[in-house]
Design a protein. Structure first.
Length: 243
């Protein structure tokens, strides 16, 4: 089920029907990451220490390379900060375009089935803000775990696998179901949702390709929700959409 959903989501990335969503997703993701880059750079500049010579006037000439090391470390920190912001940026972009992607997939691949309905604008905004906050908090925790030997980057995949899987699945399912039912469905298939989230986290870790994470994640979870609903008689899609 997960492999089929991921395969369909991958094919969906470059399908003619999703071309508009493709360029919107890519463009907004790039713009937000550029803004994040300048924001992090400004923060580093504001926090920057005075030159080493000013702090230690009597520093020996041979120790000048320490300044280079500090600059190199700052560059690494800047790049790491940007990498950790990809997940929150994905959360923001998904809030704008998940319904667009879902509607295309439903019309093309599930034409004979009940159609979903987008959340009201204010409700969708509330969920997006909540999603953003949870992802930022989770990635800050993952950043701290990077310092723990034996955990390191595994923390990134586990934290983002859980968060992205949960939130994207709920986004897709809430086009059809009330919130309480969505949570019951997610809890019943918690392992499936988590493993699907790990697929999204792996996609997120691929440079350049990760710019399309919102499009890929939305497609994967729309397909996964449809497959689960078709296989589980306890949670059928019996109505056109949520009231």
């Amino acid at each position: 089920m997960i492999i089929d959903a991921a395969r369909l989501a991958g094919a969906n990335l470059f399908a003619p029907e999703t071309r508009t969503a493709f360029w919107k997703t890519l463009g907004l993701t790039i713009l937000l990451l550029i803004a994040a880059w300048f924001g992090i750079e400004a923060a580093f500049a504001w926090l920057a220490l005075p030159p080493l010579e000013a702090l230690l006037p009597d520093i020996p000439a041979w120790a000048g390379w320490l300044g280079f090391l500090f600059g190199f470390a700052a560059s690494i920190g800047l790049a790491l900060g940007l990498a950790l912001l990809i997940a929150p940026v994905t959360a923001i972009v998904a809030g704008f375009f998940l319904d667009d992607v879902a509607e295309v997939i439903e019309r093309r691949d599930y034409a004979g089935q009940p159609a979903g309905r987008a959340l009201p604008a204010l409700t969708a905004l509330g969920y997006t803000v909540r999603f953003l906050g949870v992802v930022i908090a989770g990635n800050l925790m993952a950043l701290l775990l990077l310092l723990v030997p034996g955990v390191n980057f595994l923390a990134f995949f586990l934290v983002n696998g859980y968060l992205l899987g949960r939130e994207f699945f709920e986004f897709a399912a809430m086009r059809y179901r009330p919130e309480q039912e969505v949570r019951l469905l997610r809890q019943k298939y918690s392992l499936t949702v988590f493993l699907s989230g790990l697929v999204i986290a792996a996609f997120l870790a691929v440079p350049v390709l990760n710019l399309l994470t919102p499009l890929f994640a939305a497609g994967l979870m729309v397909h996964l929700h449809k497959m689960i609903s078709a296989a589980d008689s306890e949670f059928p899609l019996a109505v056109a959409a949520r009231a």
